[in-house]
Design a protein around this ligand. Structure first.
Ligand SMILES: Nc1ncnc2c1ncn2[C@@H]1O[C@H](COP(=O)(O)OP(=O)(O)OP(=O)(O)O)[C@@H](O)[C@H]1O
Ligand SMILES: [Mg+2]
Length: 617
């Protein structure tokens, strides 16, 4: 459907990529990956005819339709949200498409009352969601999506992932979200070192294959270096001797003729830079007392109490719409409560890192100017070192902000924040747009941070590295967990680390003493028999509970084994060569179907048992 041959793109003397060729067939699902600034969005632009390649050509099959979601912003006119979603549907067919459009909008978490709202009154993230809905309604032959999950909360993301699984057309998408890519792709294009490499399978397959290729490359490189050194020693030793001069000459030629391999890339992941530390705040950083907050008639918090202490790094988790971002904004003082008090502690300097923060950077400044544009000036060398640890190297720091890629802008915003850090940091999805190397740089920086942090994220890797306490937010209720993310998972018996981010609490044991049951109170007035009967009942209940718990963990470990086997089979069968031994492939297919049924029934049993356990309290 799409052919790209030998294209090349250069900006300001730097070649992003050259000699890039690939084909895209109908129905294929490809993830385009590579570090921030590698040229992914630029490549999309070239496919769409937005900008011309410096060499090569892009060819589309005649009549193929394409729908594009840009990375950062897309304009809207005067339409309502629903009209925008139906934008590509001819007026006389709209009635037919309307139920589908509504379903998609709801899946992306729009409320019924938003449908008739003017799209331009939405915030940036919601405009992008509305465009996403438009593309799904239009259903083009190829969806070109540039980091579509950036604009979604986790629940909408899971809905979207599910929807794309049944999508009839081809998909080519840029994403840094590993799980999303794993669920959806059957091939990966990687932009690296100025070329595009194609890998079969999903993201994990790509990581494995890439590691194997790199190991191979390293070994080949080391061998070649040894060989060159040997030849060189011979040349050095004998070039002065008349009798050996000619063979020294020929060895010399051999070296010159060698197609010398590039040195393998060594990833420099650790942040060696010592970050400036903010002045210490008091022990009590913030205190919310009896806070009420509503959006219009929708009440979000009623009588909310919360205290945060110095040095805590708290992640907010809980279902979509539970009020996580609202809580962060109340803490930040961006939203004003209708009742109650908000008290900042002694010497607290607060910084709020919002989701759509890039708009505040001046596009005409260079990266370096922008980094140094702070209330308290820092020396240029400090700014450049920190920029370097966020991967702005060499001349990168003289680029104008206006041409930066999405990830580069986020990194610059983070650098500015870290050069003049507040001692109380509130962050809403700080890893959006960041590639994996930059996420690790951010983790490195925040690990040194001696202030207090409250954040929202749906990046499990980031949460695991950062959080020292977890605060579960659900329907205006807060449940604190005084431990890291694993502790929270253990306490809530979560089915998976990602699901637990948006879970409503069911199986958990609340920690807050105020929630604990009062069944032991007043026991002194009971008769002996009564007490014994109660004790027996308690014991029976605890036995029954143990049995259920042990069955649950048995099911979990069986499931784990079966899932693993299923993954193996799927991986095997996805390889086109697998079917050359048809008998074996058929047998595996049979085994696969059987395992799938077993997994189904075990999962059902797990749900029942978990439900029983929950009912027992
Ligand atoms: N007009 C321009 N002049 C100079 N450099 C540019 C221009 N436009 C883009 N660039 C640079 O080209 C590089 C590639 O940008 P692109 O937006 O394609 O990256 P990307 O791979 O999509 O990155 P990200 O993951 O951050 O979105 C970036 O380093 C960017 O700064
Ligand atoms: Mg991009």
């Amino acid at each position: 459907m799409l052919s790209v041959s030998n294209i090349e793109k250069t900006y300001a003397g730097r070649t992003l990529f050259s000699g890039v060729s690939f084909h895209l067939q109908r129905g294929e699902r490809i993830g385009l990956v590579g570090p921030n600034g590698a040229g992914k969005s630029t490549l999309f632009g070239l496919l769409l005819g937005d900008g011309t390649p410096d060499a090569g050509a892009v060819m589309w099959e005649k009549g193929a339709s394409v729908g594009f979601l840009p990375q950062e912003s897309a304009p809207v006119g005067n339409q309502t949200v629903l009209e925008l979603a139906l934008d590509h549907i001819p007026d006389n067919l709209r009635w037919e498409a309307e139920p589908k459009a509504k379903k998609i909008l709801r899946g992306l978490a729009f409320r019924q009352s938003d449908f008739e709202r003017a799209a331009r009154t939405l915030s940036g993230g919601w405009v992008m969601r509305a465009h996403l809905a438009r593309l799904l309604v239009q259903e083009p032959d190829l969806l070109l999506l540039d980091e579509p999950t950036n604009h979604l909360d986790l629940e909408s993301l899971l809905w979207f992932q599910d929807y794309l699984q049944g999508y009839p057309g081809a998909i080519l998408m840029i994403s840094h979200d590993r799980e999303f890519l794993n669920a959806l792709t059957d091939g990966i294009f990687e932009i690296a070192r100025g070329s595009v490499y194609r890998y079969r399978g999903n993201y994990d397959d790509y990581v494995r294959e890439k590691a194997a290729r790199e190991a191979q490359h390293e070994a080949a490189f080391a061998n070649q270096q040894r060989e060159i050194a040997k030849l060189q020693r011979f040349v050095d030793r004998f070039k002065a001797k008349a009798s050996k001069a000619s063979s020294a000459q020929s060895k010399m030629k051999l070296i010159e003729k060698l197609d010398v391999l590039d040195a393998p890339e060594t990833a420099d992941k650790t942040v060696k830079f010592r970050f400036p530390q903010p002045r210490k705040s008091g022990q009590r950083v913030i205190n919310l007392k009896n806070l009420d907050f509503s959006y219009g008639s929708t009440q979000v918090y009623n009588g909310l109490d919360l205290e945060i202490e110095r040095g805590q790094r708290t992640v907010l988790v809980g279902p979509n719409g539970a009020g996580k971002s609202t809580l962060l904004k109340l803490l930040a003082g961006v939203l004003q409560p209708q009742g109650g008090t908000r008290e900042l502690g002694y010497n607290v300097k607060l910084g709020y890192f919002a989701q759509y923060r890039m708009d505040t950077l001046n596009p005409n400044h260079t990266v370096l100017q922008s980094a140094m544009d702070l209330p308290d000036p820092v020396p240029e060398v400090t700014a450049r070192t920190l920029l370097g640890s966020f991967l702005f190297r060499g001349d990168d720091v003289f680029k104008p902000v206006g041409v930066l890629s999405g990830g580069e802008k986020t990194r610059l915003a983070l650098v500015k924040l870290l050069l003049d850090p507040p001692n109380f940091l509130l962050m809403d999805e700080p890893t959006t747009h960041l590639d994996m190397g930059s996420i690790d740089a951010l983790i490195g920086a925040l690990e040194q941070f001696e202030g207090t942090l409250v954040f929202i994220s749906h990046d499990v890797h980031f949460i695991r590295a950062m959080a020292t306490t977890v605060l579960h937010v659900d329907a205006g209720n807060l449940t604190p967990y005084a431990g890291d993310y694993q502790y929270y998972l253990d306490k809530t018996r979560a089915a998976s680390a990602r699901d637990a981010l948006t879970a409503s609490l069911t199986n958990h044991q609340p920690e807050n003493p105020a929630f604990q049951s009062s069944e032991n109170r007043g026991s002194s007035s009971k008769s002996k028999e009564q007490k014994r009967a109660e004790a027996e009942a308690r014991q029976a209940k605890s036995r029954a509970k143990k049995e259920i718990e042990s069955r649950i963990s048995q099911i979990e470990s069986t499931l784990e084994g079966k899932e693993k086997r299923r993954t193996e089979i799927v991986a095997f069968l996805q390889d086109p060569n697998a079917w050359s031994d048809a008998a074996k492939a058929m047998a595996l297919q049979g085994e696969h179907d059987k395992i799938a049924e077993e997994i189904d029934s075990l999962t059902r049993e797990w749900e029942t048992k978990a439900g029983e356990l929950e009912a027992m309290g």
